[in-house]
Design a protein around this ligand. Structure first.
Ligand code: ASP
Length: 357
């Protein structure tokens, strides 16, 4: 199927996707198994970063590559759910494919730090048990999301960082790589542009945490939220963080509540965007709290936090959200967000820009 055909299908199934990237429940079924309506709802929603992603900046080849990568990640997760597998495995499978894909700012393809290396962050949360695992500043672990899972399942802790996290990875037998494994040319060029911008900001006295997000710092963090047949929601996020980050900067992605949250009683969320703001506004947990305590739909809660709170404050980015009924919402306040969902009710939807055809 061509991209245009796929996007038309998407637009027909999910007309609300065109409105600032929000996808909501629809009865239209574009794929899925025949008995899907009788089973408990299952589904997975993913993102591959938000930012200045416009049609003008995009080539057909690049668009096709992103669409293919998002589709592969969705399918990998969905097949696990469809076979009766759990949402933890589905989230890990989808995120690991995106970590291996150099297009995204996670795993191979991670952005560069100020010093020219890579420091990776990841987190995971289980909505049934509220167990969580997270790692930050990891330099040699091929799959940071796999390490987050080890922290959750095999340690007494929730969050490990830097050398200690790597020591734990060794003890758990995870695959290690040289830091240069994460190198890519396009991220290196991005670092050079970011360094120039930082030097300019040093001259003018602007502080980067408050500066407008520039395309030099463009994102590509990946995340997934899945709902399995048992009704468990799991959310996960993996990233290289922010281009030219310094001083062991940690963003929102490994912070439970900011970049990742899951609670079967409300929803699961994975975020992408200017992490400093997502931390300060506790974005992922806040969305689910609005659902839980105010009784808002995931669509209303996500829109409120992303458009009414973050945007006026200067925080750019977006989130993917899924609830226990399999509803999906993908609000963002940037020009684009790589995103997609595959659920037993909706079939598959993929979006890139804020205005889908
Ligand atoms: N939220 C990530 C961070 O601030 C970046 C991103 O989503 O692209 O580290």
């Amino acid at each position: 199927m061509t991209i245009q055909a796929r996007l038309s299908l998407v637009a027909a199934a999910l007309f609300s996707l065109a409105a600032c990237g929000e996808a909501t429940q629809s009865d239209t079924q574009t794929s899925g198994t025949a008995n899907a309506a009788e089973r408990a709802p299952i589904g997975i929603v993913i993102h591959g970063g938000a930012g200045t992603i416009t049609r003008e900046n995009m080539t057909p080849e690049r668009e096709a590559a992103f669409t293919a990568a998002l589709t592969a990640a969705l399918d990998a997760g969905y097949e696990i759910l469809d076979a009766g597998g759990d949402s933890m495995d589905a989230v890990i499978a989808a995120i690991q494919l995106m970590e291996e894909e150099p297009l995204f700012n996670a795993g191979r393809g991670a952005v560069y730090t100020y010093d020219g290396g890579h420091e990776l962050d990841a987190s995971l949360m289980h909505g049934g048990t509220l167990d969580a695992g997270a790692v930050s500043g990891v330099r040699t672990v091929r799959s940071p999301i796999a390490l987050a899972r080890e922290v959750m399942e095999n340690s007494r802790h929730v969050m490990l960082s830097a050398a200690g996290a790597e020591q734990f990875a060794v003890e758990q037998g995870l695959e290690l790589v040289d830091n240069s494994y994460f190198n890519t040319e396009h991220r290196f060029e991005q670092l050079q542009r970011a360094l120039e911008l930082l030097r300019e900001q040093d001259r003018t006295g602007d502080h980067i945490a408050n500066a407008d997000w520039d395309s030099a710092f463009d994102m590509g963090t990946v995340g997934a939220v899945a709902l399995d047949q048992q009704g468990n929601i799991v959310a996960g996020t993996s990233t290289g963080g922010m281009t030219a980050k310094r001083y062991n900067r940690i963003g929102d992605s490994p912070i439970i509540g900011a970049g990742t949250w899951a609670d079967n009683a409300s929803c699961g969320v994975s975020a992408t965007g200017h992490g400093e703001y997502f931390i300060r506004y506790n974005v992922s947990a806040q969305i689910c709290s609005r659902v839980k305590y105010l009784g808002e739909s995931i669509e209303a809660a996500g829109n409120y936090v992303i458009h009414e709170e973050l945007l006026p404050a200067g925080g750019t980015g977006g989130v993917i959200i899924m609830d226990a009924q399999g509803n999906v919402s993908m609000p963002f306040n940037t020009e684009g967000m790589y995103r997609g969902a595959r659920t037993s009710r909706l079939g598959t939807v993929i979006g890139i820009y804020s205005e889908e055809e």
